[in-house]
Design a protein around this ligand. Structure first.
Ligand SMILES: *[C@@H]1O[C@H](CO)[C@@H](O)[C@H](O)[C@H]1NC(C)=O
Ligand SMILES: *[C@@H]1O[C@H](CO)[C@@H](O)[C@H](O)[C@H]1NC(C)=O
Ligand SMILES: *[C@@H]1O[C@H](CO)[C@@H](O)[C@H](O)[C@H]1NC(C)=O
Ligand SMILES: *[C@@H]1O[C@H](CO)[C@@H](O)[C@H](O)[C@H]1NC(C)=O
Length: 401
């Protein structure tokens, strides 16, 4: 880092810390009130809930999906605390002797070396988030350095609500994080994150590196968390921190849905092809996935699912090896359960129009009629939120709901 960059970085960190400290002071909160709850110690640090025989016989399952025994949320209650308290995971050096492995790009090698390390300890937890009558849990994938995105989401679509229309219970929001991917960022940002969490109490953090390939870890850690701490929430919205979400439309969409339905809805891709072009962010070598197409899956930018289905997904995912692309991996888990994700026009997570300059990208009337639209960064998101919730007159409401 150049000298001025360092100085800028330092002053930004300092300013942030000051701001946070000041706000804490103003709200006259004692930091102790916010200290995280430590999980009680356990004698079994590693995975204790192992699926026994539920999803084992795939052949007969494919022939007769109706007969498959799927663990139901009521029979699958494990411990009420995070049962992973140590990280003891060494690289699988076995692989390094194999020619196909040595031919892979370094980031795939790193993924494969640690692929068997499935669960990590929690650094920040909020089991209390699911207490009481929660109707929809909103969870947002975020990284430690993107504080500004979390801030704007809290002010806009992530704003919590105590009771939503029709006495349906609360909407609660949580951010899902790993640890800083760069060593030099870790110490500084971790402290800032702890402050942020004391202020807002809405961060779930696990002790794994926040990298692109580790997004699948984030997926399964969240599903395990939900299964452990959140038995009763009917619906879950999961999304990225750079999207526009219209909670009013989500709630309107959910109004005539039942929690026991196998609801999984989003921007669904059918027969998507694995990308074989090296250099692409989503490139996958055949050594890692040899089939011609992916199972149907919903773009990870934002999707809705029933809480009961999400808890069954945890067990389904547990039968599969990790796959480096998180939304495709979830599609694989859905396939294990025999559940087809449902496509909905209101989820635009793969872009609105191929034309970047399309007026649709800036049209508030369009955003007002949607459920999720990618991709809006903090200043644009604030502006669009203001427009959509202001005195907007649209000539004709787009029929998407
Ligand atoms: C980690 O695992 C290795 C091998 O599985 C074992 O020998 C070692 O004692 C473990 N270390 C800790 C701290 O649990
Ligand atoms: C290493 O590979 C051998 C042979 O494939 C296998 O038997 C063994 O269990 C592997 N060890 C680990 C740690 O995966
Ligand atoms: C995922 O996180 C673990 C734990 O921090 C780390 O050892 C591993 O290298 C990460 N994997 C990738 C592909 O970044
Ligand atoms: C909306 O319009 C009303 C009446 O025309 C006006 O009083 C109000 O200030 C406007 N609100 C916004 C946010 O522009």
């Amino acid at each position: 880092m150049s000298l001025w960059k360092k100085t800028v970085y330092r002053s930004v960190c300092l300013a942030l810390a000051l701001l946070v400290a000041l706000t804490v002071f103003q709200r006259s909160l004692t930091p102790g009130e916010f200290l995280q709850e430590h999980p009680p110690p356990t004698l079994e640090p590693q995975k204790t809930q192992k699926l026994s025989g539920h999803l084992m016989n795939f052949n007969s399952f494919w022939k007769n999906p109706k007969e498959m025994a799927i663990p139901t949320p009521t029979t699958s209650q494990g411990p009420q605390f995070w049962d992973v308290i140590t990280t003891n995971c060494s690289a699988n050096i076995n692989l390094t002797h194999q020619a196909w492995f040595r031919g892979l790009e370094p980031h795939f090698q790193q993924f494969l070396l640690y692929r068997h390390c499935r669960y990590f300890p929690m650094l920040l937890n909020h089991p209390e988030k699911c207490r009481g009558d929660v109707y929809m849990l909103v969870v947002v994938k975020s990284v430690i350095t993107q504080h500004d995105r979390r801030e704007v989401i809290r002010q806009t679509w992530g704003r919590e609500q105590e009771v939503v229309g029709g006495n349906r219970g609360a909407v609660r929001t949580l951010f899902l994080l790993g640890t800083a991917s760069k060593q030099e960022e870790r110490a500084h940002y971790q402290q800032l994150l702890a402050y942020e969490d004391r202020l807002y109490g809405d961060i779930l953090q696990w002790d794994f590196l926040d990298s692109f390939f580790n997004l699948t870890l984030k997926e399964i850690h969240f599903l395990k968390w939900l299964d452990t701490f959140c038995h009763n929430v009917p619906f879950v919205f999961k999304g990225d921190d750079d999207v526009f979400v219209n909670p009013t439309n989500l709630l309107e969409f959910l109004a005539d849905r039942q929690p026991h339905e196998d609801l999984f809805v989003g921007d669904v891709l059918q027969h998507a092809l694995p990308i074989r072009r090296k250099g692409n962010k989503y490139y996958i070598p055949t050594a890692l996935y040899s089939k011609a197409t992916y199972p149907p899956y919903a773009g990870g930018g934002g999707f809705l699912m029933a809480g009961g289905l999400a808890r069954r997904l945890y067990y389904a995912c547990d039968t599969l090896e990790l796959y480096p692309i998180d939304d495709v991996f979830l599609g694989m888990c859905l396939e294990v359960l025999g559940v087809r994700p449902m496509a909905h026009e209101g989820f635009k997570t793969f872009g609105i129009s191929r034309n970047r300059n399309s007026r649709m990208n800036k049209e508030p009337c369009f955003f007002r009629s949607m459920l999720v639209v990618h991709k809006l960064l903090p200043p644009e998101l604030l502006t669009m939120w203001g427009l959509v919730h202001g005195n907007l007159t649209c000539s004709r409401k787009l029929q998407v709901l």
